[in-house]
Design a protein around this ligand. Structure first.
Ligand SMILES: Cc1ncc(COP(=O)(O)O)c(C=O)c1O
Length: 400
């Protein structure tokens, strides 16, 4: 944990959902609704507990170990680093440009004989140009890992996201109304040798209840939801006593920290499958709806916020092949606005808010700038138009 994290401030829970919650429209049984470009276009894929577990398994599968160096973008979150440390390898940071694209020259300058893997992140759903880094990796026998935690869907030049590198990982919780979930995929290496265990029954139940509970708490499912809320109150009482008993007996955490908003990597959750309730929502979701809704919500946010005096959208265009994770807004004087918005229950996400202690102005000025100034607002498929309007009004007011 770095110093910044120790000083982390706790805000009220978001008044509208930060990530997708289950609704009547989330699920579609027709497989046609899932014929789209995504990380699942890879020939091999396994569903794990989180994106960080996906990175850990990719590194393990590639044989990354002690004394190896893994290149990581300086604009990162801790959950991208913890898998490298779990392999006892060394993270080495490379620069990114002001628009979040990778700096190929800087990557080249960081490569040594110990460099064994490079992780490239498709920030906020915008897909990186991997031509040069792919060539470099091929030439120097370096493993390329595409981090699609922000880009489950999409393509570049018709090529599905996550199919260029040796491995790709995704964070399913960011795109689907599930409790846990990540993907490790590859079209270059067989993943058959990776053995994953099933989740314990306690986690399966927790996953199911969490999916339903989150939906109800955010007012989805109308009257039925209210009825279920009463039933779930009873479950909560039972759950709290189980948690209490486990705590006093020193048992391992009942769910991965990735599902509870934490950044750590718990070894107990690396070699496990996605829970069945989460996997069902991932496999039966309406992918075409996810894509069109996210794009439409992004456009709505863009139109409403493009003219602000003290802020501007990080990206000027939404490429037709991209499926955004969030709407990133560059805010000139971020601190006060961040506080005001968070206190009002606006679900802001500030990627890279807590950069590794090694990152400073010299290592990567763009990462420092982006980490301090870029707020990400949700544009996911389950936001209602009233929720979007409410959020837009608050943003305009706070950033004026
Ligand atoms: C770019 C990036 N990569 C990897 C991860 C790890 O994903 P997860 O939280 O599913 O472990 C995250 C998490 O936010 C992320 O933003």
């Amino acid at each position: 944990m770095n110093m910044q994290q120790k000083n982390r401030v706790f805000y009220p829970s978001p008044a509208i959902p930060l990530a997708p919650v289950l609704s009547e429209k989330s699920i579609k049984f027709s497989s046609k609704s899932r014929e789209v470009n995504s990380i699942l276009s890879n020939s091999q894929q396994i569903h794990v507990t989180s994106g960080r577990a996906g990175i850990a398994l990719a590194l393990e599968h590639a044989g990354i170990a002690e004394k190896d160096e893994v290149l990581i973008p300086a604009y990162h979150c801790e959950s991208m680093i913890s898998p490298v440390l779990w392999r006892t390898a060394t993270p080495v940071f490379y620069q990114i440009n002001a628009d979040t694209s990778i700096n190929d020259d800087n990557i080249l300058s960081k490569i040594t004989s110990s460099t064994k893997a490079i992780i490239v992140t498709h920030y906020f759903g915008r897909i990186q140009d991997l031509c040069k880094v792919k060539e470099l990796c091929k030439e120097k026998s370096i493993v390329l890992i595409e981090d699609c935690a922000h880009a489950f869907f999409g393509s570049k030049g018709g090529v599905p996201v996550g199919t260029i590198g040796d491995y790709a990982i995704a964070s399913s919780m960011k795109f689907f109304p599930c409790f846990d979930g990540g993907v490790l995929a590859s079209s270059k290496h067989s993943l058959n040798a990776i053995n994953l265990e099933s989740q314990p029954i306690s986690l399966q139940l927790k996953s199911f209840f969490n999916i339903v509970e989150r939906a109800i708490n955010y007012g989805r499912f109308g009257f039925l939801g209210k009825l279920l809320k009463a039933i779930l109150k009873v479950k909560e009482l039972a759950w709290n006593s189980i948690k209490h008993l486990r705590k006093s007996s020193g048992s391992t955490a009942i769910s991965p920290s990735s599902s509870e908003g934490g950044y750590g990597l718990d070894q107990n959750w690396i070699h496990k499958n996605t829970s069945t309730p989460s996997l069902m929502t991932i496999k039966k979701s309406d992918y075409k709806r996810i894509i069109s809704k996210r794009r439409a919500n992004y456009e709505k946010l863009y139109t409403a916020l493009v003219g602000l005096e003290n802020a501007h959208p990080l990206f000027n265009t939404l490429n037709e092949e991209c499926v955004p994770l969030v709407f990133p807004l560059f805010v000139n004087t971020p601190e006060k606005a961040f506080d005001t918005l968070k206190c009002q229950g606006i679900p802001i996400w500030r990627f890279g808010e807590f950069l590794d202690d090694q990152i400073n102005q010299e290592v990567c000025p763009n990462s420092m700038r982006l980490s301090a100034h870029v707020f990400q607002f949700p544009c996911h498929q389950e936001l209602t138009s009233q929720e979007l309007d409410w959020m837009i009004e608050k943003i305009i007011h706070a950033i004026k």
